[in-house]
Design a protein. Structure first.
Length: 142
């Protein structure tokens, strides 16, 4: 990848269960990837991670709102009703504008035994049956 005139090799590991998680979630939701990474890095990566185009929209750093030194993912930018919108993220600052829509997840680096995505599937399926996910998230998820 060319980054500021330098050719860089990028290596990425997938969190265990990510393929299954995305495929399962696409049966219940429109799946949108919203990352604070630059599009020139994240878009080619998503092309490899999601060759079937399960994710219907991609938002990148240029879609984030910069507040107090952090890139925040403003969920209003996805153009969907907030009663149906949820964000799964490891950084509370990323979802600080809509914490009522947030499902926190612990950071992952390289633990091949990580089960977070597998464990979250039943919760997301239950939330898909609720009229306004924000109410359930506020009461039960934090």
């Amino acid at each position: 990848m060319n980054i500021d005139g330098n050719i860089c090799n990028i290596f990425v590991q997938k969190r265990p269960g990510v393929d299954n998680f995305l495929k399962t979630m696409s049966q219940f939701y429109e799946v949108v990837i919203f990352t604070a990474s630059l599009s020139k890095y994240a878009d080619p990566l998503m092309n490899q991670m999601d060759p079937s185009n399960i994710c219907t929209m991609r938002l990148f750093r240029e879609h984030c709102t910069y507040i107090n030194g952090v890139f925040t993912k403003d969920m209003s930018k996805i153009g969907r009703n907030m009663k149906d919108a949820m964000i799964l993220d490891n950084s509370p600052s990323a979802y600080m504008l809509q914490p009522e829509c947030a499902i926190p997840i612990i950071s992952w680096y390289d633990d091949p035994k990580d089960r977070q995505l597998f464990d979250l599937i039943p919760l997301f399926i239950q939330l898909s049956r609720i009229y306004d996910c924000r109410e359930a998230i506020t009461k039960f998820v934090k």
